[in-house]
Design a protein around this ligand. Structure first.
Ligand code: ARG
Length: 459
């Protein structure tokens, strides 16, 4: 006879290879607490529906509490036939309290049970990630405030473009992460809708009050179509996508820092505690923290991509293919959590080298400013751009720095150049021009810090 909970109509045991493949307990035991809370709440609604007596509900709820303690203390013994967390908890409950345990599953299916567990689990996972993102933003804000006076080259195409504040660069990443945190909050709303009471696919035939049940489990509402409810893994996909996007953002941050930490740039030094050495080359100090963030960040997208392929082409409602949802969800969460933590530490301990940043600036990067100088003297921008370009070319031809061209040489290019053109060759003046919201001037950077701070405290 089959040892399975569903074994009534079976005479043969499950093939052992298939049993291993089919079993998900090694992964979904992670949701033991959610499974138990969900069952306790469900038992209470069975009482309202007069399917369980007071005593039976008490026995079930207390028994489940004991099961939970066993999981917590590591005493829970997984037995043959425990193919997933749902069957394992029910089997153990029956061992502990006997008959009332056999009444718990009435009207319920593992199909609505498993997604209820997952949604409860994901809810707290999302909160954890949001908190960690906020911590990282906090670290960035602090750094940006302290190091606001440092100027460095800003790059486009990885070519020197215009001078910017180092803090402006830091905050560019902080703003992205703020959007990420908000995105997680959005999916939290859509995740927090209760599927329990959908049964296997057709609904619940007993007099349970799903709204009360949802309320008691902290859900914001209930699903409105049982077939949709048991089919739906969009909350998982949305999470996988958001996790992938955050992974991408952390990866881009890491890539900037990997470049900035090379000897050739030298803008930053990754702390020893976040670097490793080489087994062969004694001098090496490698930014492994950042490389792991970059690599693992990418691999999260693999989970998203893989699970989308599982969903595509599935017929309606529950199919066993869906069981891989948990692996994708847990893997993505674990990876994201670990790289977020390492990012917090790496950024927190990062040392910036202000002189290296400034040394990397060159006056050529102020060619735009030279054009703006002419614009402020009523030269149309296109013409000014062209003239400033000629100045660059002239300096190249003469093999001198752009700022070393004489006024006469400049006036040969345009009569609009005057002695005060010398003022252009100042990086501080250059960044301070960018006063409009979002620019790299000091006031703008300070107001960015203030805005992010108030977001951190109010959200
Ligand atoms: N372990 C299963 C899963 O994770 C639970 C649902 C099983 N449902 C079923 N009809 N076999 O998907």
């Amino acid at each position: 006879e089959s040892k399975k909970l569903w074994g009534g109509r079976f005479t043969k045991p499950l093939n052992t290879q298939l049993d291993t493949l089919n079993s998900s307990i090694h992964l979904d035991k992670r949701m033991y607490a959610e499974d138990i809370v969900g069952s306790q709440a469900y038992a209470r609604s069975l009482k309202t529906a007069e399917l369980l007596s007071d005593d039976e509900v008490t026995a079930i709820c207390d028994g489940l509490e004991k099961v939970k303690l066993e999981w917590e203390s590591g005493e829970f013994l997984i037995k043959e036939g425990d193919e997933d967390i749902h069957t394992a908890n029910e089997r153990r409950l029956k061992e502990l309290i006997g008959e009332p345990a056999t009444k718990l599953h009435v009207g319920r299916s593992r199909n609505d049970q498993v997604i209820t567990d997952m949604k409860l689990w994901l809810r707290s996972a999302l909160h954890k990630l949001i908190e960690l993102l906020k911590e990282l933003i906090q670290v960035m804000i602090k750094k940006a405030g302290r190091e606001i006076d440092i100027l460095m080259p800003g790059y486009t195409h990885l070519q020197k473009a215009q001078p910017v504040r180092w803090s402006h660069w830091i905050l560019s990443h902080a703003w992205t992460l703020k959007n990420d945190a908000n995105r997680l909050r959005e999916i939290l709303k859509r995740t927090n809708v209760m599927p329990l009471g959908s049964g296997a696919l057709a609904g619940n035939p007993f007099d349970i009050d799903r709204n009360v049940l949802a309320y008691s489990l902290g859900f914001d509402g209930v699903t409105q179509n049982s077939m949709q409810a048991v089919s739906d893994r969009d909350f998982v996909v949305e999470f996988l996508f958001c996790a992938s996007l955050i992974g991408t953002h952390l990866s881009r941050l890491a890539e900037d820092l990997i470049i900035f930490s090379t000897k050739e740039f030298g803008f930053v030094a990754v702390d020893e505690s976040f670097s490793t050495g080489s087994s062969l080359m004694p001098q090496k100090r490698n930014p492994d923290s950042l490389e792991l963030i970059r690599g693992i960040g990418g691999s999260i997208f693999g989970e998203c991509c893989g699970f989308m392929m599982v969903l595509k082409g599935l017929p309606s409602t529950y199919n066993k293919d869906l069981q891989s949802d948990k692996e994708a969800m847990f893997n993505s969460f674990d990876r994201l959590l670990s790289i977020l933590k390492v990012t917090v530490g790496t950024v927190e301990t990062l040392k910036v080298n202000p002189s290296k940043c400034v040394e990397a600036l060159s006056f050529e990067m102020l060619a735009t400013d030279l054009a703006y100088y002419l614009v402020r003297r009523n030269v149309p921008f296109r013409e000014a751009h062209h003239l400033a370009g000629k100045v660059v070319a002239e300096a190249e031809r003469k093999k001198v720095y752009i700022q070393d061209l004489t006024l006469e040489e400049l006036r040969n290019i345009s009569v609009h150049f005057d002695a005060d053109v010398a003022k252009v060759w100042n990086y501080e003046n250059s960044v301070e021009q960018y006063q409009a919201i979002g620019g790299t001037s000091k006031t703008s950077v300070i107001s960015q810090i203030e805005l992010l701070k108030s977001w951190l405290t109010t959200e």
